[in-house]
Design a protein around this ligand. Structure first.
Ligand SMILES: CC(C)(COP(=O)(O)OP(=O)(O)OC[C@H]1O[C@@H](n2cnc3c(N)ncnc32)[C@H](O)[C@@H]1OP(=O)(O)O)[C@@H](O)C(=O)NCCC(=O)NCCS
Length: 177
């Protein structure tokens, strides 16, 4: 199994496998922006829509490959705002249900954090459904819980659920107030 960063061409090449992973993640009940059931074509169109941001460097996407299959992914979204060049948002960390619990989620998280440091990012942030399995991963990887927003997003079944915001200083970044 290898983890690679995809350029826009590679993203388009792997769009069907990425879509299958997104559909599996939504089917698993995880709150990643979509309602269930998610159609494969809709998932593929969503990934295809990311390619331009990858081409311009606003989005970095990694894929974990097991042969031709994509079994995990994570992305970093860089802000285009002049005052936010030091921060990025960690988004769409997903591991296929077949291979969860074997360390891939932690490896993808570490990959994105390492790339953030290399890109001179000093602050990472994310949001995740409160009490989801991902919370344990983020806390154990040194992320700080900033707070909870009630009813932030509907889960795949359509029920509004709270979201927890997390942040992490990386690459020597320290709080200045
Ligand atoms: C969150 C997710 C990426 C974790 O991937 P994974 O490959 O299973 O994670 P790992 O195997 O690296 O495990 C990381 C840690 O989380 C723990 N963990 C994994 N699944 C868990 C679960 N269902 N309940 C509690 N803890 C869990 C592991 O025990 C491990 O902790 P440890 O090292 O202290 O034992 C995966 O569950 C997933 O894709 N979930 C759906 C999408 C999602 O919610 N993404 C986050 C959106 S922000």
């Amino acid at each position: 199994m290898i983890v690679t960063r995809l350029d826009d061409t590679q993203l388009r090449t792997h769009v069907d496998e990425l879509a299958a992973l997104l559909v599996d993640t939504v089917d698993s009940g995880a709150s990643v922006g979509f309602l269930a059931p998610l159609d494969h074509a809709e998932a593929a169109a969503w990934w295809t829509g990311r390619a331009d941001a990858v081409a311009t460097g606003q989005l970095a996407v990694w894929a974990a490959h097991d042969g031709p299959r994509v079994i995990g992914t994570v992305s970093l979204a860089f802000t285009g705002q002049p005052n936010g060049g030091h921060r990025a948002e960690l988004v769409k960390l997903m591991v296929h249900r077949d291979v969860r619990g074997r360390g891939l989620g932690r490896r993808l998280l570490a990959t994105a954090e390492g790339a953030a440091v290399a890109a001179e990012i000093t602050l990472l942030h994310l949001d995740t459904e409160t009490d989801s399995p991902a919370e344990h991963l983020y806390r154990s990887a040194g992320w700080t819980r900033a707070g909870v927003i009630p009813d932030y997003a509907a889960d795949p079944a359509g029920t509004p659920r709270p979201t927890t915001l997390y942040y992490k200083h990386v690459g020597g970044g320290t709080p200045t107030g």
